[in-house]
Design a protein around this ligand. Structure first.
Ligand code: MN
Length: 227
């Protein structure tokens, strides 16, 4: 037992369907990975390599828990995303081997303080305070990968029962194997890493009282209420 001078933080973990929980090390997020979302944010999707930002592991909201409306924003947006859980680490992972490194998948929300992100973009500053704030990542139950094929499947988000985002995983600009291969050239991926793969078009603001219900065909659901 190490001689810690303060109590060590709890290990963040996502509940697994069927029992157990998946300990989370880091949360990587891909920016602008659906063409229509890149366009709605004012970018040309054809000219960009994948790029990444991060959220803290302990920013997750689990088990359908409520999300407190965060401080310092007037423009909290939803981003519905497929989340990949890395079960076996590696560096320079080949695209053809990439899915062997996946332990499972879940539905997640990359909640964003869009006004703070916008100010950061304009000033050439980091996105962390727009993206990686406390309780910014509601996550659904993790589904073991099994034979799930992440190259297609409906992805949808409803707010108060109304469809806000609706697309298909087939429209990812960088596929799950391509993202894993690319990211593993930048950092050594480790077991316990999550990768949020980007959001389709239709991002918009939410307010207190809104109920967010996301679904990915073949994966599962994510739910939270803004309080
Ligand atoms: Mn996102």
């Amino acid at each position: 037992m190490a001689d810690y001078v303060i109590a060590p933080p709890a290990i963040a973990a996502v509940p697994v369907r069927g029992g157990g929980s998946f300990p989370v090390r880091r949360i990587f997020c891909v920016g602008r990975n659906y063409a229509e979302h890149a366009r709605e944010m004012g970018h040309d999707p054809d000219r960009e390599a994948p790029f990444y930002f991060m959220k803290p592991a302990d920013s997750m909201i689990l088990d359908g828990g409520d999300m407190p409306y965060p401080p310092m924003t007037k423009d909290l947006h939803h981003e519905m995303e497929l989340v990949v859980a890395v079960g076996a680490g590696g560096i320079d992972i080949a695209e053809s081997d990439a899915l062997k490194h996946v332990w499972g998948y879940c539905a997640g929300l990359d909640m964003t303080r869009r006004d703070l992100q916008g100010e950061a973009k304009k000033a050439g500053r980091p996105w962390d305070m727009g993206k990686g704030f406390d309780q910014s990542a509601p996550m659904g139950e993790l589904m073991p990968a099994g034979s799930f094929d992440p190259s297609k499947g409906k992805i949808e988000l409803r707010v108060n029962g109304q469809v806000r985002q609706s697309s298909d995983l087939a429209k990812l600009i960088w596929s799950v194997p391509e993202v894993i291969a690319n990211l593993s050239r930048l950092v050594r991926l480790e077991a316990g890493d999550l990768i949020m793969t980007g959001t389709p078009e239709g991002v918009a603001a939410v307010v207190r009282g809104d109920v967010l219900e996301g679904m990915i065909e073949g994966v599962g659901t994510v739910r939270t209420r803004i309080v």
